[in-house]
Write a protein that binds this ligand. Structure first.
Ligand code: ZN
Ligand code: ZN
Ligand code: ZN
Length: 93
């Protein structure tokens, strides 16, 4: 399998604070959080009922969302529909 080509198009910033903004606006809850590595938007995972991270990716075309859970070093690539391991590339430190 070839490595994800979309990682080269995004930047890894510091973990953003807060929860899923769309859920908070509605008073909803979530299971896990992801954050968009293109624009920094925080969304909830697909186990959450609102799936805001997926909906954000579909609406914007932003390809990669990283897990915001503690100690988790992976991201999900929507175009590839696969996990991306972030521990390898040194830019993801
Ligand atoms: Zn990819
Ligand atoms: Zn949400
Ligand atoms: Zn985004």
């Amino acid at each position: 399998m070839s490595p994800c080509q979309h990682l080269a198009t995004v930047t890894n910033g510091p973990k953003p604070p807060g929860g899923c903004r769309a859920c908070l606006a509605k008073g909803d809850t979530w299971v896990h959080l992801r954050w968009c590595l293109t624009c920094g938007e925080i969304g909830c995972c697909n186990e959450s009922k609102n799936r805001h991270a997926s909906r954000h990716a579909a609406a914007t075309g932003h390809p990669v969302a990283r897990s915001r859970e503690p100690e988790e070093m992976w991201a999900w690539c929507y175009p590839d529909e696969d996990f991306v391991d972030l521990e390898g590339p040194e830019i993801w430190g």
